[in-house]
Ligand binder design. Structure first.
Ligand code: AN7
Length: 336
């Protein structure tokens, strides 16, 4: 399957012959979730966007952001990130032979994402501050330096991410509701754009972590906290657009606790066979807590892969069973 720009060129701001930086992103599985469907008495589908090349939905936007950067003659790109954007920017920059710097909150990003950004050759800067401070600083820096900003304030990111809506509607004829985690609020804004372009209007149910829920509270959170490090964001860049999308679609933005996020995270892995990261599980946690509100067919966006953060996973589950290398010991270990 070709990458997103080639597949959707007629709906993306790229002409034939423009440079394309791709890793074959998109075309991710949309799978039915029988167990969760039964729990909420609604038909529930899971969009496995963690199966993108670098393990998150960010690749949809990054193919467009990096392709546009190359077209504009940029030599370097930069982003602030809670993890996934950094890994994705680093990979696509490596592919395009551009220099990349990423600014992440010190000690608050998952091991898998640090490993990716470093392996792809990015300059990784650990800020003694949070994501919101990092984003403010990179915005100021890119005003001074000729470096392309590839956070979702970059419009090409949203153009790429709207393709998630296209893919869902190619597979399902109708959709009543979309459950989606909200951090910097770029993805929910992009989905709404995608649905609008198709003339469909599922209700958008956005979910934030309780300790990082500025849209729910209606005010900035100066010290956001949540186990879901990807959405540990207190001042979303796409605040107004996201609120408009939820209002226009007759949706809602609501909060889920870390305990609810972790319960959904375990349930998805143990009952549906889907290992996503904690932030992604916020979409399912919200659906389980608040119900589908009359929507009969719902899709949950599972934005990132569980392998990003093995530390959080290993804290959630029982340990391994040590065993001597002989048959009776193995038999006992296996049968319990
Ligand atoms: C798995 O990587 O902000 O509401 O710097 O990694 O569009 O911000 C990540 C966000 C949801 C929220 N799920 O999306 C970053 C970053 C996962 C994420 C979100 C993120 P937005």
């Amino acid at each position: 399957m070709p990458g997103l720009i080639e597949r959707y060129r007629d709906r993306l701001p790229f002409a034939d012959g423009d440079p394309v930086v791709t890793l074959g992103e998109g075309d991710t599985p949309l799978v039915h979730a029988p167990h969760i469907s039964e729990l909420v008495d609604t038909e529930v589908w899971l969009k496995l966007d963690g199966t993108n090349p670098t393990g998150s939905f960010k690749d949809r936007g990054m193919t467009c952001a990096l392709s546009a950067a190359v077209r504009e003659g940029a030599k370097a790109v930069i982003c602030a990130s809670t993890g996934n954007t950094a890994a994705s920017a680093a990979a696509y920059a490596a592919r395009a032979d551009l220099t990349c710097a990423v600014i992440v909150p010190e000690g608050k990003i998952a091991a898998g994402k640090l490993a990716q950004a470093l392996m792809h050759g990015a300059r990784v800067i650990a800020l003694r501050g949070n994501f919101d401070q990092a984003l403010t600083l990179v915005r100021a820096l890119t005003d001074r330096q000729p470096i392309a900003l590839v956070n979702s304030v970059n419009r090409f990111r949203l153009e790429g991410q709207k393709t998630g809506a296209f893919e869902i509607m190619e597979q399902l004829d109708t959709l009543d509701g979309l459950c989606i985690p909200v951090g910097n609020a770029g993805n929910i804004t992009a989905y709404w754009k995608g649905f609008n372009e198709l003339d469909v209007a599922p209700r958008l149910f956005g979910f934030q972590a309780e300790g990082a829920a500025p849209l729910v509270l209606g005010k900035r959170v100066d010290q956001p906290e949540t186990i879901a490090s990807a959405i540990r964001i207190g001042n979303p860049a796409r605040w107004e657009e996201a609120m408009e999308a939820m209002t226009a679609s007759r949706g809602m933005v609501r909060a889920v606790t870390d305990a609810e996020i972790l319960a959904a995270y375990r349930l998805l892995a143990a009952r549906e066979g889907v290992f996503c990261e904690p932030a992604s599980a916020a979409s399912v946690a919200g659906l389980l807590r608040y119900g589908a509100d009359g929507a009969r067919r719902v899709a949950c966006i599972l934005t990132g892969h569980g392998l990003k953060d093995p530390d959080t996973a290993l804290h959630q589950v029982g340990g391994v069973i040590a065993c001597e290398p002989n048959l009776s010991a193995v038999e006992e270990a296996v049968l319990g």
